[in-house]
Design a protein around this ligand. Structure first.
Ligand code: HPA
Length: 261
């Protein structure tokens, strides 16, 4: 995509509404957001993780939603992904940037690294994973060949270059059920399957966004080596230690993404 195509794509996206940021572990607030209002949304699918935070970032309208709730109290398998995505779309967002902590499987995805995945393998189960649930005439089957929005991925990669962040430009995100972490054998299997990183929230979020026709991409933040890939056991303390500075980079990236708009 050329520079001018990229800019016109971004303008087109922004002209149809605010950009939504779904914050994950380590990003329950967005410091750079000048908050204008909080919105509690009722949805046909139940409760949203938290009130939507509306505001402005670099002059661009932004809606922020902490995926795990305001107090980081909702585990990955209990997140109401349908309500979250429905509420964001209902509020006018057509572009969704998901921030997600992951474990690194591929050798270059060391703790602290950022990545913009381009593929997904779904290992989750028993989650409400579709809006097309009630039967239909005809039955709906969305195309999910390319799970992430190419335009938003391009904007993310350009923004990363602009602010001098070394970001992995691709990768397959393996979505696991959680909340426990994986066994070493599970990660070996995921590596054989082609997974480059592992996280617990990437699905059904990406598929639901596609069902709603939203432009959705993910900025993955490597919090730890996946089970068996590093030397030591995975601890939440270590994950927090890695995520704190990485999220400063993510905040810079988000700011640049909104500036490009
Ligand atoms: N596995 C699954 N999800 C994760 C991990 C992991 O190692 N790290 C952060 N989220």
């Amino acid at each position: 995509m050329t520079e001018s195509e990229l800019t016109s794509t971004t303008r087109r996206q922004n002209s149809v509404g605010p950009i939504a940021i779904i914050g994950g572990t380590g990003l329950d607030r967005l410091e750079s957001l000048e908050i204008t209002r909080r919105q509690v949304v009722d949805t046909p699918y139940g409760s949203v993780s938290a009130p939507l935070i509306h505001g402005r970032c670099s002059g661009q309208e932004v809606i922020f939603l902490p995926r795990h709730g305001e107090k980081h109290q909702i585990p990955p398998h209990r997140i109401n992904y349908r309500a979250n995505l429905w509420a964001l779309r209902q509020s006018g967002a057509r572009t969704l940037l998901a921030i997600a902590a992951v474990g690194g499987i591929r050798r270059d995805l060391a703790p602290g690294r950022l990545a913009v995945p381009d593929q997904i393998i779904d290992y989750t189960w028993a989650r409400e994973h579709t809006f097309f649930d009630a039967g239909g005439d005809p039955v709906e089957h969305i195309d999910f060949t390319h799970p992430y929005c190419a335009e938003l991925r391009a904007v993310l990669l350009r923004a990363a270059g602009d602010v001098g962040l070394a970001v992995a430009v691709d990768g397959t995100y393996g979505a696991t059920q959680g909340p426990r972490l994986e066994t070493a054998a599970e990660i070996r299997r995921m590596r054989r399957d082609g997974c480059d990183m592992v996280g617990m929230t990437g699905m059904p979020e990406a598929a639901l966004a596609k069902e709603l026709g939203l432009c959705y991409a993910c900025c993955a933040v490597v919090a730890n080596w996946a089970a068996g890939c590093g030397g030591s056991a995975i601890s939440m303390q270590e994950i927090e230690r890695i995520l704190a500075p990485a999220m400063v980079s993510v905040a810079r990236l988000i700011e640049r993404v909104t500036e490009i708009g």
